[in-house]
Design a protein. Structure first.
Lengths: 345, 709
């Protein structure tokens, strides 16, 4: 006979900090796929010009497209609520004031106070899974300002998610909001304070987001493809070659020539609105071989650092400028994807 | 108004005196019991009891006690209770006015903290206005120096209230005079005086607190308005604190020992900083009874409040203290664990994978300290964080095998059992590439890492299965059998993998002795899997491991091989018995296992036992498999225990002991029946226990080496 003690339904610890193949439904099962499901896509939707002003408040759009943004990725925000933005505004301005008081952070001129405004930019999100974009603006109140003076914007930033990987977003617990892409513009010390506020409030972490040459090549091809609808005016590429000392090569292509090259590498069967990575690689190879014919330099031996057209520009170190709002979704989809690829789990 | 204020002040003071007296008497009785032998305790008692008006001059007791307390204070600092007693003694001016007060104040160095109620009492003495000015100044300077150490015995939030009362007393005192003082200042102050730094500093503070009152602009850099006076206690205090800190260091108490920030080098990105424990943002309304983790000081408190503890705002902060880790072990909130994993994963990725280090790669102490912290945390929790597992799998693909080698190998051994295919892809293959291209020491590290990993899996499995027997209801939902087969497959795969690594590695490294021992270490675990972990799995070492060990020139290697074979035999015998008794259909041991083991036995026995003029006598069923064995034996006929190179010098020593007069050593004379046994006894007496177990359990039928005589 068993003693009564042993028959007690002793609920032993079955939780784990990770997961094991023995658990019927593993708690972190969704993350187990991370190493395999999150692949860099080989095809993308061809950019379509869309008048974003129909969906998004044009005033807010101008906020997004006029600056050069420094990109970061953010791990999912814990208990972030779009309904609490007012409270967040107050809290963050108090936080900045406190940091300033400590003398550790902000020291921009003679400002005495900061006004922080959080707002939702409706209409940027493309799917139901995408969380709505959040825009943050920090204005300063100059010390000797008269009451009627306009406040000066010293910093702005936004968190967004456009066409985020549905597998990834589905796998998150409901307490989390994933806005993986963080763009900031303004003094670095304010960025640091804002990031640390987010980290303390929503238990997330920021990391810098660079763009590898494949991402830059994608942007290069996608922007070139827009030329018939929207004049790109120029296609400028910047390479750095590993010579001693390093050699910077700036390569500007006539927009019409670039488009014709792009059109020639487009495959017949893929005109159904998608672009394949092969086409992008062919396009770049075409540009590089043209350069080689003239200068006898293999650009492929260097690293692509910057791509710019009249529609926007992007740099390897994660600085992006979007100059034309029509292709906002295309660019943001690509950047969101880069950010999600950086997620630790 | 000032009258009523001072009245109420007097009342509160009287109360505090009564309270203090009660305290004192209870303290006294306690002390009498505990500190009869303790001169320091008696000295304190003296100071708390000494009556007003006791003569000072020629009072030896007073002098002796003062000297004693002073020595202790300057040596290791005063405990909080002593600070309270002495402060009370000094400020009450019981024994004369000036000298004693400043003398005591000058050596009042606290060891850890100043009780806040003692400061409040001190301030009330101060406000009575009987102290001479020099003593007043000294006391205020003392408070300024000790300001950071003023602490309350209770929780943090009470502290704030009590501290307010302290401020209140001071302000009461100031404001009872302030109309006159201000008036006087108003009359005397000229423009030049207004620029005095302390006044500016105070004005700056007022400007922050009530900006509408002060409209003037301040210079933005008002720092240094208050001079950092060269206070007499500073150096002594620093010395005492430092001394106490180093004394405590070897045995970290079970407390909230939040690790200090690495402030020596300011890292630009703070990747490796564990956040500080802090409560959630005020925006979220917390539950009424919630307790914050940073308020807890001991394990007992943690247990009492276990159900009311509020999770910290940043889950990563739980890694900062041992007490918090105990709590982490009880956290069942999935979101919380996910937060922790996001944090940890991001730290690891940023530091080691994305390598956004601040251009200083050679400074690797901080990263390795972080990894050490992670290792000890996982050891404590006995589990691997999934974020660290993913990190490792990614890191392994780009690891050079040397960066933080001990830490990475240690972390790898924490990886939980995963499906075989994943394990092969993410661990075995990249590790194998590193193994074959690295030094022998790395090879040893890898084998040890895999041994430790297997040991953790087996322990874990053992706990799971024994737990299952206890509680059927829990595991009935899970189809354990299916998973069991997966687990067996995985363990088999791991053991075979190590077998391949070890046999190839031994050959590559020219049978390096360290690698030999690591390999045998591994098989010492594998051979006992049935008896120790109740897992019916019998996996023999490959011949690439057995024969090099058998023919090793190092006797300890041969001895360990003997032990391993002995344990295999014990396991197999016990499994066989178990099978015959229970007749369980599920419990099946393949015949091949027994056959393979018998072959191994034959080979080893033939080698160590059979002398050169003997023929191997084996059964016909294993004859075919023995063909390579025969050829091998033709080469190592002389590898019995006498001629074996590992034991040759033992044989010679034995020979010299038996026949000390013979100069011509003829080892074959040991093979005589009597001498053979003596020789074995001699070997066993040299500590070859593995060999002893092996021989005594296998050779009971054969009294002497076959064909010996």
């Amino acid at each position: 006979m068993e003693s009564p003690v042993t028959r007690l339904p002793t609920r032993r610890r079955t939780k784990s900090y990770g997961r094991s193949c023995f658990e019927a439904s593993s708690r972190f099962a969704y993350t187990s796929g991370q190493l395999t499901i999150l692949r860099i896509p080989t095809t993308r939707e061809a950019p379509r010009a869309r008048n974003i002003a129909e969906r998004v408040d044009p005033e807010q759009v101008t906020l997004l497209i006029k600056n050069e943004w420094k990109l970061s990725y953010v791990t999912p925000l814990y208990r972030f609520r779009h309904t609490h933005l007012k409270k967040y505004s107050k809290h963050l301005s108090a936080f900045i004031a406190a940091e300033k008081q400590q003398g550790t952070a902000v020291e921009v001129g003679l400002e005495t106070g900061y006004r922080v405004t959080f707002s939702t930019v409706l209409g940027i999100a493309e799917t139901d899974e995408d969380a709505e974009t959040v825009f943050i603006q920090i204005q300063s109140k100059p010390m000797f300002a008269a009451t009627g003076d306009a406040l000066k914007v010293v910093w702005s930033g936004w968190l967004t998610c456009v066409n985020g990987s549905p597998e990834y977003l589905h796998s998150l617990l409901p307490d989390f909001v994933s806005l993986p892409l963080f763009c900031s513009s303004g003094p670095e010390n304010i960025t640091v304070v804002v990031k640390s506020w987010f980290e303390k409030m929503f238990d997330c972490r920021f990391g810098s987001l660079g763009l590898d040459s494949t991402s830059l090549q994608w942007l290069c091809a996608l922007w070139t493809g827009c030329h018939p609808d929207n004049n790109i005016r120029y296609l400028r590429l910047l390479w750095t070659l590993p010579t001693q000392p390093p050699l910077d090569v700036s390569y500007t292509v006539n927009p019409q020539d670039a488009w014709e090259l792009w059109n020639s590498v487009r495959q017949e069967d893929s005109v159904d609105g998608t672009v394949g990575i092969d086409e992008v690689k062919h396009f770049m190879a075409g540009l590089e071989s043209h350069f080689f014919r003239h200068f006898k330099i293999y650009l492929s031996s260097g690293t692509l650092r910057k791509v710019s057209t009249a529609l926007g520009s992007a740099q390897q170190d994660g600085k992006v400028k979007i100059l034309c709002s029509d292709y906002l979704a295309t660019v943001l989809t690509l950047l969101t994807e880069c950010a999600i690829l950086k997620m630790p789990i | 108004m000032s009258k009523t204020m001072s009245k109420s002040h007097n009342v509160s003071e009287a109360e505090s005196c009564i309270h203090g007296a009660a305290n004192r008497s209870s303290r006294r009785s306690e002390r009498r019991r505990a500190d009869v032998e303790d001169p320091f305790g008696r000295a304190l008692e003296y100071f708390s009891q000494v009556k007003a008006g006791t003569p000072v001059k020629g009072n030896d007791a007073l002098e002796n006690n003062l000297v004693l307390v002073e020595r202790v204070a300057l040596g290791r600092g005063l405990p909080p209770g002593a600070v309270a007693t002495l402060l009370d003694f000094a400020l009450s001016l019981r024994l004369g006015k000036k000298l004693l007060c400043s003398r005591v104040l000058k050596f009042l160095i606290p060891a850890s903290a100043v009780p806040q109620d003692s400061v409040v009492r001190g301030v009330s003495w101060f406000c009575m206005g009987k102290m001479p000015v020099s003593a007043q100044i000294l006391f205020l300077r003392w408070i300024l120096t000790m300001f950071d150490l003023i602490d309350s015995k209770d929780q943090h939030y009470i502290y704030i209230n009590d501290f307010c009362s302290l401020l209140l007393i001071i302000t009461q005192w100031i404001f009872s005079l302030s109309p006159y003082v201000c008036h006087l200042l108003y009359l005397l102050t000229t423009k030049e005086h207004g620029k005095q730094p302390p006044l500016t500093q105070l004005l700056a503070l007022y400007k922050v607190l009530c900006p509408e009152m002060i409209a003037i602009s301040m210079p933005s850099k008002t720092r240094g308005g208050f001079k950092n006076h060269n206070l007499p206690w500073k150096t002594a205090l620093a010395a005492v604190l430092k001394k106490n800190k180093t004394a405590e260091a070897p045995s970290p108490p079970l407390s909230l020992d939040i690790k200090e920030k690495a402030s020596t080098r300011k890292r630009k990105l703070h990747h490796l900083e564990v956040p500080q424990l802090s409560c959630g943002p005020e925006i979220e309304s917390s539950r009424g009874k919630a307790v914050h983790l940073q308020q807890l000081r001991s394990f007992a408190q943690l247990l009492q409040n276990l159900d009311n503890i509020e999770l910290p705002a940043q889950m990563g902060s739980l890694l900062s203290s041992s007490l918090a880790l105990h709590y982490l072990d009880c956290v069942h909130d999935e979101s919380a664990l996910l937060r922790l994993n996001f944090w940890l994963g991001s730290v690891l990725h940023e530091e080691f994978l994305f390598c956004s280090r601040d251009g200083n790669p050679e400074n690797s102490t901080e990263p390795s300290q972080f990894l050490d912290m992670l290792i000890s945390t996982q050891d404590f929790l006995q589990e691997c964080f999934s974020s660290s597992e993913f990190f490792l799998f990614k890191f392994l693909a780009m690891w050079d095998g040397s960066l933080h080698q001990p830490q990475i190998l240690s972390l790898l051994s924490d990886i939980p059992p995963l499906p075989v295919s994943r394990m092969k892809m993410f661990l075995f293959e990249p590790l194998q590439q590193l193994y074959f291209t690295s030094s022998v020491f790395f090879k040893c590290g890898v084998i040890e890492c895999l041994r430790s990993m297997l040991w953790k899996w087996l322990t874990w499995h053992f706990v799971q299965t024994s737990h299952k027997e206890l509680d059927v209801s829990l595991s009935s939902s899970r189809t354990m059998n299916l998973h069991m087969s997966e687990f067996l497959e995985l363990v088999t795969e791991l053991v075979q993998y190590v077998g391949r690594l070890a046999s190839a590695g031994l050959q590559l490294e020219n049978y390096h002795i360290l690698l030999h021992h690591q390999t045998l270490n591994f098989y010492e675990l594998v051979c006992d899997v049935y008896l120790k972990f109740n897992l019916p799995l019998f996996l023999l070492p490959p011949s690439g491991v057995i024969f090099p060990s058998l023919l090793a020139t190092d006797p300890v290697t041969v001895d360990r091989l003997g032990y391993v074979i002995f344990r295999y035999r014990q396991n197999l015998m016990s499994a066989k018995e178990h099978k015959q008794q229970k007749k369980e259909p599920s419990f099946h041991i393949s015949r091949d296992v027994f056959r393979e083991f018998n072959l191994l036995m034959v080979a080893v026995v033939s080698c160590l036992w059979i002398s050169k003029d003997c023929q191997v006598d084996v059964g016909t069923d294993v004859h075919k498999a023995l063909v390579p064995l025969r050829t091998m034996l033709s080469y190592c006929k002389n590898y019995n225990l006498i001629h074996h190179p590992a034991f040759l010098n033992y044989a010679i020593e034995f020979h010299q002991k038996c026949w000390p007069e013979q100069t011509n050593v003829d080892l074959s004379s040991i093979q005589g029946k009597k001498y053979w046994y003596w020789y074995l006894e001699f070997l066993f007496s040299q500590g070859f226990d593995g060999l002893k177990d092996f021989i005594q359990n296998n050779m009971d039928h054969q009294s002497t080496p076959v064909g010996g005589h």
